[in-house]
Design a protein. Structure first.
Lengths: 300, 300
DNA sequence: TATAAGCCATCAATATAATGAATACAAATC
DNA sequence: GATTTGTATTCATTATATTGATGGCTTATA
């Protein structure tokens, strides 16, 4: 039982190929094979189902064990980072999760800001749905990630708030209203993102689950596509204000009545046990948010 | 960087002697010395201040790093336990924390019950103040521990509730009252346990901090001593009902007005990442509490 | 079905790291 | 200043991890 064995195990679970993993962690294929065999025989269990072609799947035990292994490796990283930090050097790896539904500009801006301050940190970006990002944090697949609040089972820090907007074509019959009520929405067809954010966003309006399903007319993965469809009058959509372009061309964005606010936070598994770099990222993002407040990000 | 190096580091921090640690983990003194030197040189920092006589103290870096190391080793234990569990074998080590102020009978009873069910689990008991137990859980020094709720920064499970009682001599002028008010208490002198529990318990009555300090007449470390002093009329005390003997000889226990309930929980660092044995302990304790409910433990 | 390519497990050999035994060295104690 | 106690260091040994070569199995392709 040693670190490279654990590292190999996690990498195998992710990549599914011994040869590939071998290249990735600078070992020979033989070494990787040995490593996993040794780990399995020491633990007395099979961790990965495999055939002559590669890794097929995690066994049940493997599934149970892998979060612990990831947590272990995260602590190793934290230890190395603390040691570097004590020498005045801020470096290490940071796995950062983002959700499509959150402002792409927010992420880019924060990342730039962070990288300028800490150029020696290796930022690895993961993208997934809100639920995925939260799960990834809980299972140590990533170190920090943007999540809508409240987040359950992980620590989180409020970064900024946003407001849910109803977006519709400039010529839409509701376009002149000051705000959109639930009754208004119940008459409309929706064009929404392809992931579960849709249900969450639409749920915030107070619409019935059955109505939500029924009124979801189109789903697209890209927000620009969605807005284009809205512009064509194919339906309306719901988006956080930050997701909208600066110039609303052919579309209008209206608040809900009552208005719905979204809290965007930075999630981390356990603040106390986090790596120095992860803590710095939270701090930096928070500072960034404060600088931006009132500028880009209208706080409720 | 390997497990025995980390193990040696933690053991050295706890025991302070290379030779002693060597015996404890079945290595030679030389090996332990090598291990720490190697770890330090790989991390590029000094972890332990030491002289020719032994370990003097943790360095600053050492203090920062050691919680991460403990968390890491806890994950190793969890991995081993999961592997055993997958083979149907429940075994491993469980470090359990208890507080003096909580019923000694509770602990003993739960431990017996647990050991009967899982004889292959090595239970290691740690005793400390409430705050210590909570800190120990947070820094992975122990796996689970009894804590008063609400506990901050750790996961916890409600086990049982208790009621704070005012204990006074049978001949005390308040002995015939049905309940004791804050006004009553403000006239009295107190005999309390020697640890911080005292302040917490007395704080629950609503007394002013200054009044608490002023009225604390004697402090003793043993509850039997405290009760003996109360019996002698040297003062009154506050204790959870469970701490009192079954037969109240020469003393009376009265509720507060308003009554103050104490919630006793089992704390664990992070349920999701806990070892199988730790999870079982929580379950077992909870089941035990349910069986006892209404019998020994009057629930509010 | 033959052939080639890709991939993993195995074996033996080698490199590397962990450990042990002996010893030197420092500090405290008498 | 001798003795005890305990750590660091040196060197030899042992254990472990890693490699390189090989063979077997699978899949793809003709």
């Amino acid at each position: 039982m040693n670190f490279s064995q654990f590292q190999a195990f996690v990498a195998l679970a992710e990549m599914g190929s011994f040869t590939e993993v071998a290249n990735a962690i600078n070992l020979t294929q033989s070494a990787v094979s040995h490593a996993l065999t040794a780990l399995e025989s020491e633990l007395g269990v099979t961790l990965l189902e495999r055939n002559r072609k590669g890794v097929v799947a995690l066994t049940n035990v493997g599934q149970v064990i892998i979060p612990h292994v990831r947590a272990l490796l995260a602590q190793v990283e934290a230890i190395e980072q603390e040691a570097k930090a004590a020498q005045g050097r801020t470096m290490g790896k940071l796995r950062l999760g983002n959700t499509f539904c959150l402002s792409p500009g927010l992420l880019a801006s924060v990342m730039t800001c962070f990288q300028q301050q800490y150029p020696d940190v290796e930022l690895v970006l993961f993208e997934g749905t809100m639920n995925e990002v939260e799960e990834w944090i809980a299972s140590s697949i990533i170190d920090v990630g943007f999540v809508p609040l409240p987040a359950t089972g992980i620590d989180s820090t409020l970064i900024t708030t946003d407001e849910l907007q109803v977006v519709l074509a400039a010529g839409h019959h509701l376009h002149a209203q000051r705000a959109i009520t639930l009754d208004d929405l119940n008459q409309e067809n929706f064009i929404m993102p392809k992931n579960e954010c849709s249900f969450r966003l639409m749920g915030m309006t107070g619409m019935e689950p059955s109505r939500i399903k029924a009124s979801m007319r189109y789903q697209a993965s890209d927000s620009a596509t969605i807005l284009a469809m809205v512009r064509e009058g194919l339906g309306i959509t719901l988006l956080p204000r930050m997701m909208l372009p600066a110039k609303l061309d052919g579309i209008v964005a209206l608040p809900l009545d009552p208005p719905q606010h979204i809290e965007i936070g930075l999630g981390i598994k356990a603040r106390a046990m986090a790596s120095p770099v992860a803590k710095l990222f939270v701090q930096t993002t928070l500072a960034w948010a404060h600088r931006q407040a009132g500028l880009l990000v209208p706080v409720a």
